[in-house]
Design a binder for this molecule. Structure first.
Ligand code: ADP
Ligand code: ZN
Ligand code: ZN
Length: 766
């Protein structure tokens, strides 16, 4: 006998690596039960929600055990067969629970749930987020003929409003109080009609932001843009999953290139996804896409309300959206027939998801375009070393550079100030003489400045204020982390540890101190500097942007507008100000401290420092006025800083790649980070050691190219009372990391005292 069956992933959160179950689809549900639908199924003695991954006709053996039957179909399809395949790919590649991977594809606001009650029964609960309707009052056939009685004041008011145009019930109520009786009477007379219309939440977004430029289609492309576009067009023409890395300096006009590539894709009847880092996903950015593609643009990011996100998701599901602009989750909307994915600011770490499934957007997008014969564009002023490397060695990858700004204005001059020399000359200020003078000059001339306080991570290291020396590990060439408890220095890669020296081992200065300063402290010092130089009544606003001041919804935008409106001002902030800002009148960019990253025990630290300086430099001199950039550092001689100041990528890349090759870091190896945490340090350590032995036995015996580093405490050794340990695994560049580690994790029994996470191709090792 042939029966229709469905493979179903149960929506039950689990640490275990689940796989689909097979159910029979009863005849009356055959039409409804499609891939992507949420369904109700029996599971043991209870009911569960699941999602259909695949349907097939199967010959059932008469004597065999009967399959359980699917009971109800609860939704329209949330995803297509491609989505189902992608979820399976994520589960496989990142050794993640399949149910968590499928969840990426479900609508914002959740899916139906089975809720148990006290009596052992259960009921079905629908998600509370869904579409909202507005009731509109519109003209009826008798509108012009009907005359209400003289004392029917509300009826007359409603009629008058409707004569001016369609009006929402809620607006009438706001204006005239309770109107439902009046409206009902008018409906009976045929004077008006009440209609339900779907409301799209969030459509009221401001079209543009004060101080920033409106966006128009340029009459002609620049030469750089032509070249980049023709490289992308060639890839689009081939339609074979090619990847194009676009290396374009800030202001080179990459957005226009993306827009034209998308146009071409739409003409061919396909759709496009544009990923933008969360922080750059401002109304300005969205307006650029809407101005070209109008209401076919859907937007997805986490600062939208759940209702807004649901509406956008539903717009995509209906097929009304052809272009989706969003943060990394925009990869998983129900957009069909995607022919192009653009990842802007491709190097950004926010493209890595840090909870299960811990995926790398770049790699997932590449897989998607491979599957659907599309094109992937990776754009950045500072492409990641992985992308640059793959563009050199991988077939199907190409590289194009856009070295000039679209408006022809030169890149600003970058000056490096050696803070160790400042210190030697007696200065104890956070602001060097050079930065102080530049700031006063620019503000006095009525210009604006942006100051960046580099605060990534909070690992602390020791820095000699006299000679710039930082204690490093003898084995790993990364800085040692200072631990207050025990006053010691520890390497978080190999476990090497020494007592913290009291004086600098290089120059014997006693100023070997912890490094780091908060934005508030810098703000205070900045205020007094401005008051001292320009007078307390100069009224120069200092706009501070950090995690604290931008926590509230809309705060980010409000602060930017405040900065835009002021005739002269200083914007002081953390990394979040380094990108996306496009103000004409910023003539000075200062990096207060370029060092914190260099000394994180993180092999990407130099790359991040290089990127940071190039990105932040791009904020200066975008308009007619020339810009300058001042970078303060205790490491004026480091290659990352010197090369960035000279805009010389090769000078940085050549030695950096060599370092990574020798020390065995990506892109020359693949890594995995195994994280173990829990409230009891002994248990965490024991589990870490056990896993270490277990992994070692599996992989080290397989190949000499594998390396399993000893379990060590993480740099951030404790979070919310949990002790954190980790194990770093390295394998050959082309290895199947998932296959090597899967068994260790698939068969691990939860011990109730520790939690374990596996992060394949990790970005954050802290
Ligand atoms: P990027 O994303 O590469 O930093 P943008 O896309 O923000 O650069 O473009 C920088 C500026 O150049 C914008 O103000 C944009 O309007 C302008 N621009 C882009 N293309 C052209 C062009 N072909 N001619 C003139 N101006 C352009
Ligand atoms: Zn010293
Ligand atoms: Zn070490």
């Amino acid at each position: 006998m042939v029966a229709r069956t469905a493979h179903i992933v149960l929506d039950i959160p689990t640490q275990a690596l689940d796989s689909p179950y097979t159910y029979e689809v009863p005849a009356h549900l055959v039409d409804e039960a499609r891939v992507g639908c949420a369904v109700l199924v029996p599971f043991g003695s209870r009911k569960a929600i699941g999602f259909i991954m695949e349907v097939e006709e199967r010959v059932t053996d008469e004597g065999g055990r009967a399959l359980k039957r699917l009971e109800r179909v609860l939704s329209q399809p949330y995803f297509t067969a491609m989505g189902a395949r992608c979820a399976a790919f994520l589960a496989q590649r990142y050794v993640a629970p399949l149910s968590a991977c499928v969840r990426l594809f479900t609508p914002p606001g959740g899916v139906p749930r089975v809720v148990r009650n006290q009596h052992g029964g259960w009921r079905l609960e629908q998600p509370t987020v869904g579409e909202v309707d507005d009731r509109w009052v519109v003209a009826g056939p008798q509108l012009d003929r009907f005359q209400p009685r003289k004392n029917a004041v509300k009826q007359m008011a409603v009629l008058e409003a409707v004569r001016r145009g369609d009006v929402r019930m809620t607006e009438l109520t706001l204006e005239y109080g309770a109107v439902s009786a009046a409206v009902r009477a008018l409906v009976e007379k045929g004077a008006v009609v009440v209609e339900r219309r779907r409301r799209m939440r969030g459509d009221e977004q401001p079209a543009c932001v004060a101080g920033s430029r409106a966006y128009q289609r340029p009459a002609a492309l620049t030469e750089c843009q032509e070249q980049a576009l023709s490289a992308i067009r060639a890839a689009q023409h081939q339609a074979d999953g090619s990847v194009v890395v676009v290396d374009g300096v800030t202001g080179s006009g990459k957005t226009e290139v993306y827009l034209r590539a998308i146009e071409a894709e739409l003409v061919r009847g396909r759709t496009a996804i544009v990923l933008v880092p969360e922080i750059s996903l401002t109304p300005q950015t969205v307006a650029r896409f809407r101005s070209r593609f109008g209401s076919t643009v859907a937007v997805m990011h986490s600062r939208m309300s759940m209702g807004e996100r649901y509406d956008q998701w539903d717009l995509i599901r209906e097929g009304a959206a052809r272009v989706v602009v969003g943060a990394r989750s925009a990869l998983f909307t129900p957009l069909q027939n995607v022919g192009l994915i653009v990842i802007d600011e491709e190097h950004e770490t926010t493209y890595k998801q840090e909870s299960a499934p811990r995926y790398v957007s770049r790699d997932v997008a590449a897989w998607m375009m491979q599957q659907s014969s599309g094109t992937l564009v990776l754009g950045s002023a500072t492409p990641s070393i992985e992308a640059l490397y793959q563009a050199r060695v991988r077939p199907g990858w190409s590289f194009v550079s856009m070295p000039k700004r679209a408006n022809g204005s030169p890149l600003p001059q970058v000056e490096v100030v050696d803070m160790a020399a400042e210190f030697a000359a007696g200065s104890r200020s956070m602001f060097s003489g050079r930065l102080r003078r530049a700031l006063t000059d620019e503000l006095a001339a009525g210009h604006k400045a942006v100051l960046l306080l580099n605060q990534r991570g909070f690992a602390s290291f020791l820095l000699c204020r006299d000679c710039g020396f930082v204690p490093e590990c003898v084995n790993c060439s990364t800085s040692l982390t200072f631990h207050e408890r025990g006053n010691k220095l520890v390497c978080h890669h190999c476990g090497y540890e020494i007592a913290a020296p009291a004086v600098c081992p290089e120059c014997e200065s006693p100023y070997l101190k912890r490094f780091g300063a908060g934005t508030q402290r810098v703000e205070t010092e900045l205020r007094s500097l401005i008051d001292a130089e320009l007078g307390a009544d100069a009224a120069v606003p200092v706009v501070r942007m950090d995690a604290d001041t931008t926590a509230a919804k809309g705060a980010h935008q409000r602060l930017l507008e405040e900065f835009a409106r002021a005739p002269r001002a200083v914007l002081l902030g953390t990394q979040m100000i380094a990108k996306g800002l496009d103000f004409d009148d910023v003539t000075l960019v200062g990096v207060v401290n370029a060092d914190t990253q260099l000394h994180l025990p993180d092999y990407r630290a130099s790359e991040r420092t290089f990127d940071l300086i190039e990105q932040v430099a791009g904020r200066a001199g975008r308009g007619a006025l020339p810009g300058r950039v001042i970078v303060q550092t205790y490491e004026a001689d480091s290659i990352a800083i010197r090369a960035a100041a000279a805009y010389d990528r090769e000078a940085f890349l050549v030695p950096e790649l060599e370092k990574r090759r020798v020390l065995r870091y990506p892109p020359y190896v693949r890594m995995a980070n195994v994280l173990i945490w829990g409230p009891d340090e002994k248990a965490v350590r024991a589990e870490a050691d056990r896993l270490h032995a277990c992994i070692r036995e599996r992989v080290a015996s397989a190949d000499r190219d594998w390396e399993v580093l000893a379990a060590t405490p993480c740099v951030i050794a404790r979070i919310r009372g949990n002790f954190r340990w980790h194990i770093v695994v390295k394998g050959p560049q082309d290895c199947d990391m998932a296959a090597a580690l899967r068994d260790v994790f698939a068969h691990r029994k939860p011990d109730g005292r520790t939690t374990v996470a596996l992060d394949i191709d990790p970005v954050d090792l802290l």
